[in-house]
Design a binder for this molecule. Sequence first.
Ligand SMILES: [Mn+2]
Length: 332
Amino acid sequence: MTSSDLSRILRIAEDSKTALIIGHAHPDGDCVGSAMALCEIAEALGCKATLLLPDPVPLRLAFLLGERQALNEVPEDLDAYTIITVDVASPTQLGDLKDALADKVALRIDHHDVGTPYAKAEFVDPRAAATGEIIFDLYEHAIATGKLKAPLPRALYAMFGAISSDTGCFKYANVTGGTHLRAAKLIDAGVAAAEINRLLFETKDASQLRAEGVAQRKLQLFADGKISCIAIDRGDYTDGISIGDFDTAIDIARSVRGSLCAAVIKASLTKENTYRASLRSIGLNVAAVAERFGGGGHVRAAGCSLECASIEEALRTIVAALTEAIVAEKKA
Ligand SMILES: [Mn+2]
């Protein structure tokens, strides 16, 4: 993002007296941390900021918010707000808020490779490993231009969490030298990096560990082991295991030696015949696969929802699409 882009974003935040800052459905660490940090920055610029997330924040990410509360539904006086989204690639990612927010988003700050434009002003930088990197640049720009006078420790903490979360603790292919430089500046500014990484990556609920056991038993390989899948049906949400406990199942699927792409398919708890697929790869463009089903994301990490009669059908559909993508890639 250029410094004139950053100036324009800051101006939108400054000019809005009341801002509604929104992340995506099924919030992840990047969206929660980035939205939290932007709220802190907007408030320091003299704006009243309200955080809105389409779904509740999972317990494991709640620490990024500190004392800040997040709304889960749009406020009644919606038109009084300047609406800003962070890490939201397309309107479908707004989940149940999609219809209420249609055509009302003033500003989108994002880093996804594949998405559907929807905001009046769009600032998307796919080179950023996390939206948190863009928020950090925005913060530095505000300091450098004198708009922010004092450091904002809670914002810095949340930004580090955002960046660390979306890079898998600085180990994914999206990490650049710039990612480490920003992290270094955050650590030098006093951010408790080890604490954040421990809470993000080394702390699990017992139910999550049990879910990982279920996921390991459900691992299936296809295409000579090039595709690794875990399919989770409604009946697996039992014994105190919730759907969110399977968030890390994708790490199990993608760790299989020889796997080129991994998928975790989860049955929706609330919507009959609806399945959510998370896709990961080590090169294959899974964003293009997700896009076929109305989803999107990054080349190596993407997601989509499917309407299918059963978990078996959802699994067959995803495996067929991934197999086609592997064959097409070989030909190219
Ligand atoms: Mn992100």
